[in-house]
Design a protein around this ligand. Structure first.
Ligand code: ISE
Length: 349
């Protein structure tokens, strides 16, 4: 495929069918117009076969590279762990297949650059990174409002990102930066349409609900190229539910998204035993909060791919967020600001 448009349905293969990949496979099989789920691959063969039985008409591959090379697959959705993305992305590029890759693009900036270089050498933009918030209706409205100039120049963003808990027994502080803060990194770059030039991660006294030694919550400051400042709170053991908010402060006004309205909003449990909180129910996790965003994202990717186009965050966005998070992990260790230095290559179209 690539630069040409497709008449029939787009045949999609999903690599990695854990929580997120299985969601995407079901989405493609049941809710996305113009796409057919033809293949899945996962190292856990039983899990893949159970999903294939549920969805019907889907080939199961043990080897992700065989799925990527398969003649039954026009385009690939990668929901495998970040540590195997480089090899799988390079295989998609070699096959000339469009790929929607869940974040992170890769685990370090060198490998992300290799992906960008391979894509460039192929001469066609093929890679989209799964920063789904860019497709969330609330975020899209905030983006439009900022872009319209009605709030004047944006001076500040305040971003809040809370997860209920992280069940992983091997969880480490760096994962808050790499897996959670990375969304705030992308939102800041996208909403403000500029790069982050430095990052500082500060750890307040940690919650006693985190594993020993884990710095949670974390407060992070981004300095943007224009001088704008972005403050971020990421708190992954907040105990109550999933909360994502963003407030933009401009010279002529401010706007906030992700906030339920009411005089008092609290996530403290309702003493009368209601569902979640005094202020109203709280969504449990990102798959619920961003379900619509994921649907819109995957539909937009399928539509653009069928037209022979690319839409959404690029490999450059994936690379830039990896560089910022790597600097963030360095700052986490010292508490000091760390400069973000991006390779001097222009972004892909
Ligand atoms: C997870 O990997 C995600 O991408 C979610 O959007 C985020 O809220 C969560 O903190 C991450 O662990």
């Amino acid at each position: 495929m690539g630069g040409t448009s497709l008449e029939g349905s787009l045949r999609v293969g999903v690599v990695g069918v854990g929580l997120m990949g299985a969601d995407h496979a079901r989405r493609l099989a049941t809710r996305i117009a113009g796409a057919t789920l033809t293949a899945i691959a996962d190292p856990d063969g039983d899990r893949a076969r159970a999903l294939a039985d549920e969805l019907g008409g889907v080939t199961v591959h043990d080897d992700p590279l065989a799925l990527i090379a398969s003649g039954e697959v026009d385009a690939v959705l990668l929901a495998s762990p970040g540590s195997v993305h480089e090899e799988q992305l390079l295989a998609c590029i070699e096959q000339g297949k469009k790929v929607l890759c869940e974040k992170p693009l890769t685990m370090d900036s060198e490998s992300s650059l290799r992906v960008i270089e391979a894509e460039r050498a192929g001469g066609r933009p093929l890679v989209q990174v799964g920063f789904m918030r860019r497709f969330d209706p609330e975020y899209m409205r905030l983006h439009e409002l900022i872009e319209s100039g009605r709030m004047g120049r944006t001076l500040l963003l305040h971003q809040t990102h809370r997860n209920k808990s992280v069940p992983n027994p091997d969880f480490r502080s760096e994962m808050i930066v790499r897996d959670s803060l990375v969304h705030e990194v992308d939102c800041a770059r996208w909403l403000l349409a500029e790069e982050i030039v430095s990052i500082q991660v500060i750890g307040p006294a940690p919650t006693s609900h985190a594993l020993a030694g884990v710095v949670d919550p974390q407060v992070t400051i981004f300095r943007m190229a224009s001088g704008a400042v972005v403050t971020n709170e990421v708190f992954v053991n907040s105990r109550t539910g999933y909360e994502v908010r963003c407030e933009a402060v401009g010279e002529d006004g401010s706007a906030i998204i992700g906030r339920p309205w009411g005089e008092v909003y609290t996530t403290v449990a309702d003493p009368a035993g209601g569902d979640g909180a005094w202020g109203g129910p709280i969504v449990p996790d990102y798959r619920v909060r961003f379900e619509r965003a994921y649907d819109i994202e995957v539909q937009a990717w399928v539509d653009a791919t069928r037209r022979g186009e690319r839409t959404g965050p690029t490999s450059w966005d994936g690379y830039a967020s990896t560089v910022v998070c790597t600097a963030g992990m360095e700052s986490l260790a010292t508490g000091q600001p760390v400069d973000v230095v991006l390779a001097p290559i222009p972004a892909l179209p």
